[in-house]
Design a protein around this ligand. Sequence first.
Ligand SMILES: CC(=O)SCCNC(=O)CCNC(=O)[C@H](O)C(C)(C)COP(=O)(O)OP(=O)(O)OC[C@H]1O[C@@H](n2cnc3c(N)ncnc32)[C@H](O)[C@@H]1OP(=O)(O)O
Ligand SMILES: CC(C)C(=O)C(=O)O
Ligand SMILES: [Mg+2]
Length: 514
Amino acid sequence: MRKINIFDTTLRDGEQSAGVNLNLHEKLEIAKQLERLNVDIIEAGFPASSEGDFQSVKEITKIIKNCSVTGLARSVKSDIDSAWEALKGGAEPRLHLFLATSPIHMTYKLKQTPDQVISTAVETVKYAAKYFPVIQWSAEDACRSDLSFLVKIIKEVIDAGAKVINIPDTVGYISPKEYGERFKYLFQNVPNIDKVILSAHCHDDLGMAVSNSLSAVENGVLQIEGTINGIGERAGNASLEEVAVALHIRQDYYHAKTRLNLSEIKRTSDLVSKLTGMIIPPNKAIIGKNAFAHESGIHQDGVLKEKTTYEIISPELVGVNSNSMVLGKHSGRHAFRNRIVELGYSLDDQEINRLFKLFKELADKKKEITDEDLITLLVDEKLTDQEDYYHLEALQVQFGTNQIPTATITLTNLDGEKIQEAATGSGSVEALYNTLERCVGLSISLEDYRIQSVGAGRDALAQVYVKVKHQNLESSGRGSAQDVLEASAKGYLNAVNRLLAFEKNIISLEKVGV
Ligand SMILES: CC(=O)SCCNC(=O)CCNC(=O)[C@H](O)C(C)(C)COP(=O)(O)OP(=O)(O)OC[C@H]1O[C@@H](n2cnc3c(N)ncnc32)[C@H](O)[C@@H]1OP(=O)(O)O
Ligand SMILES: CC(C)C(=O)C(=O)O
Ligand SMILES: [Mg+2]
């Protein structure tokens, strides 16, 4: 099993993501978490680029004890001097020097001939070697560089004192096979290559950063560079969590391992996402919200019978609590029954079948069925035999721009008695709900109120969703009508009738988790 060093550049290349700017405190938080994750090297920044970056690299160097800390520098003496000032307090100061080697970069950006580039590289590596015990040298845009030129310059910088040679795919251009072949070629043709560690640094412009990194491992590379959540310049860098978990899960194939604490992955990913503001897509491998979510009936049935049918990674491995079964229109009876049981209900086959039909009807209209929806279905099912405690007989609301909204409502209760009340509010809906509260004689707080139209056009039905709370008990209700105020009153009464059903133990409170 070969040990692969993980070089984390979340704080340098990751921070190069458009729109990301981390302050010192945030960088320290991420660095401490990277240490818990146990990466080998943290690239903490680019000290010459700004005073803020300089201070961050310096402070991170002071506090990090269990990983090496490095900083980036151009092949310029003043950049190397800044990096030394920032990094010199570390146990084994390590510099990351880079210089472009592709014809495009040398001609148009550096405006240097290949020979000038070689002498700049050699001179600056020698200069840095007076201070730094470890120098990593990167051939920027190596994957669009001429191979024989790469062989020549790499040989020279190794002789000048570089200990790690990085072959970045700076613009995310190369394919996995070509990248592997490039390393094979360098291993075979650079005469002093055995004196250094070769490193891979991939960008995701064509979506191949992780595959390219793994191809590098297959071809003998011992260091992989990347970022948490794959953030970075343009389309980002290789996602370290994906590389590390791929190596772990496919040890049989790669015969390589990292020293990462894989169970810290989720925590690290969440922290980086929160502090950078870069949201993780739900379908992102390893750390996306859906990475361990099973949605379709056949998969859910398989996983309930034996997890490995559809799970190659156990969620706990990467610090995710558990997998999840998302109930939706593709779910089947096995997952449905399982969730009902988890919620504390026991229903016979007939009840399950009846409820499953209602569930499918609802799932056709709604993307995801939540526990609250399921409980509503269950309660509705239990309540079908019961009479509602209160019925809306009549309602009238007076509203005018120069008057206080007032509602008058008549209800009948189960015993057929009429209850009539009136109250005001700062708006028509509040006047309605104050009046209904008086009618039912309970102190009820409104926790949520949402209104939407069902169908299109001016005559669309109004559908109101209401969540109310009485003491510790919450209940939700829905009401629809052509008029928004009538729909609002019906939704509220529906929620209150459910509350009363709970309170009268038509359905036991424990069953709904109260
Ligand atoms: C592939 C990568 O990710 S490389 C890292 C990229 N990261 C960054 O650029 C973030 C930090 N950068 C910065 O803050 C600024 O660009 C600085 C402070 C480094 C430099 O700023 P400025 O001096 O204003 O130069 P500017 O950024 O406009 O241009 C870059 C200069 O560096 C030169 N340069 C680029 N790479 C190198 C290198 N590896 N070695 C030496 N010189 C280099 C360019 O040719 C250009 O030189 P010129 O001014 O003689 O034409
Ligand atoms: C500085 C270098 C290593 C880099 O980030 C790149 O080439 O992508
Ligand atoms: Mg990069």
